[in-house]
Design a protein around this ligand. Structure first.
Ligand code: 5RP
Length: 258
């Protein structure tokens, strides 16, 4: 057993439920100052205690999160492209020694199955998995979508399976019809992204459906920090993920906390 790696995973996935509520705030690494994240420290302050893990870049981690307040960190270590260019040609942007210095619980990159940068992103994943195994740090592969690919079970299932075959320790993808099949065919835990901002009811339904279909949690960003009441929203998402409440009950929790 890779003890360090298992220990770090147990910081992200709550051992009592086996699930996680990750808060994703790494959007700026290719989008710049995303709405709701203009001042990351202000956005994060009321949310940190409700996140089982925080996904972000090292720049925002260093400047906007106090070491004593930080939940387990899932560090974005890929980038080098922006919304203005071909996104899929990402490279690795953080040396493993810096990830260790930052005491991260996992490292993460995007893979671009079906896009121009497919090969380089998958080889980057392989490199990270080797480093992760060497130093005891789990790797999260984020399945991004190629320009002409639809986000259906066939495509996302392909991307998740490839990521797990290369050795990712957990995978982040989108919820879609037939999600159960993706979970069945991916031999590592799956967390779902929230995607672009929708109503609180819809976002909670998405999370509840994903959990019911076998997701091991969420890695949600915009549907939390762009909510009218981000703290109420992350509390409601926690109830879905860890207490297994349905979307209706979760919405009541949201309403009573806003
Ligand atoms: C970008 C990411 C983001 O963290 C991801 O999209 C999650 O955020 P959201 O819930 O806003 O979709 O990994 O590649």
């Amino acid at each position: 057993m890779n003890w360090g790696l298992e220990n770090r995973l147990s910081k992200i996935f709550r051992p009592d439920t086996g699930r996680t509520v990750m808060l994703a705030v790494d959007h700026g690494y290719f989008l710049g100052p995303t709405s709701g994240l203009e001042k990351p420290a202000v956005t994060l302050e009321p949310l940190l205690e409700y996140a089982n893990a925080l996904m972000l870049t090292r720049g925002v981690l260093r400047k906007c999160v106090l070491p004593e307040k930080a939940p387990p960190i899932v560090l974005r270590v890929s980038g080098g492209t922006s919304i203005l260019t071909e996104l899929s040609h990402e490279g690795l942007t953080v040396d493993i020694e810096d990830a260790i210095r930052l005491n991260v619980s996992a490292i993460t990159l995007s893979i671009f199955v079906g896009a121009k940068g497919e090969r380089e992103s998958l080889l980057n994943l392989a490199k990270l998995v080797d480093l992760g195994e060497k130093y005891g740090i789990p790797v999260l592969a984020v399945t991004a979508v190629g320009k002409d690919m639809v986000r259906d079970a066939r495509y996302l299932g392909l991307a998740c399976r490839i990521a797990s075959e290369i050795g990712a320790h957990f995978v982040k993808t989108y919820y879609c019809d037939g999600f159960e099949k993706i979970v069945e065919n991916t031999p590592v835990p799956i967390v779902i992204a929230g995607g672009k901002k929708v109503s609180e009811t819809e976002a909670l339904e998405l999370a509840a459906n994903a959990i019911k279909a076998g997701a091991s949690g969420v890695d949600m960003g915009r549907n939390i920090f762009q909510s009218e009441s981000p703290q109420a929203m992350i509390k409601a998402v926690n109830a879905v993920v860890h207490d297994g409440v349905d979307a209706q009950k979760a919405y009541q929790i949201y309403e009573s906390n806003r």
